[in-house]
Design a protein around this ligand. Structure first.
Ligand code: AP5
Length: 214
């Protein structure tokens, strides 16, 4: 089954956590523009203005992420589908994605929006830690790393500090306000409750995917 999915949701909604499970199950790559931008920062190839924008909790220019996605979806592992995690975030990005896919004779299957109340997002993001060797996402309270994980391998993201998370939530609300209606209008949007145990949310995501099975 080929599957072309988009995960939308505010910072800390659980997009990355759920994406890992879904991608493993359906054997499709997780394509996260946030991860790609952070990899660019690490490699020293990301322009300083973009690093500063991310550090402040804003969105980088549309064209910067559209260019990343245009290249990435042509890679071999994405030929039979992918899960876009955190892209598109604006209507111009969504329009560009439609065009990229149409040019390749394909289209999206569904857009899943994970809804989580703003009051829970701050704690989720601030206490997140990522294992830099494996990419595994933990939460110091809800999903703590097992004892055999070396604390030195756990990364606290530069934009996961309370003030910045607040800005990211605000940015999400402002800039994506038009995105959900855009996908709703064309019948692609499925909104899911992102609150509950990780496995419960996974169950809802799988249920939503069942409904579009070809
Ligand atoms: P990006 O990396 O995409 O970050 P984000 O959208 O802010 O999302 P997060 O990664 O913070 O959260 P998540 O939903 O993946 O949550 P997670 O699963 O980790 O973007 C970063 C920046 O890059 C942006 O601010 C922007 O500057 C730039 N950027 C990226 N894409 C862009 C684009 N398209 N256009 C313009 N700019 C772009 O979970 C969070 C925590 O909660 C974890 O600790 C996890 O363990 C825990 N958790 C997960 N599920 C549950 C649960 N059910 N219950 C309790 N805890 C849970």
């Amino acid at each position: 089954m080929s599957l072309r999915l988009v995960f939308v949701g505010p910072p800390g909604a659980g997009k990355g956590t759920q994406a890992k499970v879904i991608c493993e199950r359906y054997k499709i790559p997780q394509i996260s523009t946030g991860d790609m931008l952070r990899a660019g920062k690490k490699a020293g190839t990301l322009p300083k203005e973009l690093i500063d924008t991310m550090a402040a909790g804003g969105l980088v220019p549309d064209q910067a992420v559209i260019d990343l996605i245009a290249k990435r979806i042509d890679e071999e592992d994405a030929k039979n589908g992918f899960l876009l995690d955190g892209f598109p975030r604006t209507v111009p990005q969504a329009e560009a994605l439609n065009k990229l896919l149409a040019d390749r004779g394909s289209k999206l299957d569904t857009v899943l929006a994970l809804n989580v109340a703003a009051s829970l997002l701050i704690e989720r993001a601030v206490l997140r830690r990522t294992d830099k060797r494996t990419g595994q996402i933990y939460h110091l309270k809800y999903n703590p790393p097992p004892p055999d994980v070396n604390p030195a391998d756990l990364e606290h993201r530069a934009d996961d500090h309370e003030e910045v998370v607040r800005n990211r939530v605000e940015t999400y609300e402002k800039m994506t306000a038009d995105l959900l209606p855009f996908y709703k209008k064309v019948g692609l949007l499925q909104e899911l409750d992102g609150v509950g145990k990780v496995e419960e949310v996974t169950g809802r995501v799988l249920g939503a995917l069942e409904s579009i099975k070809k």
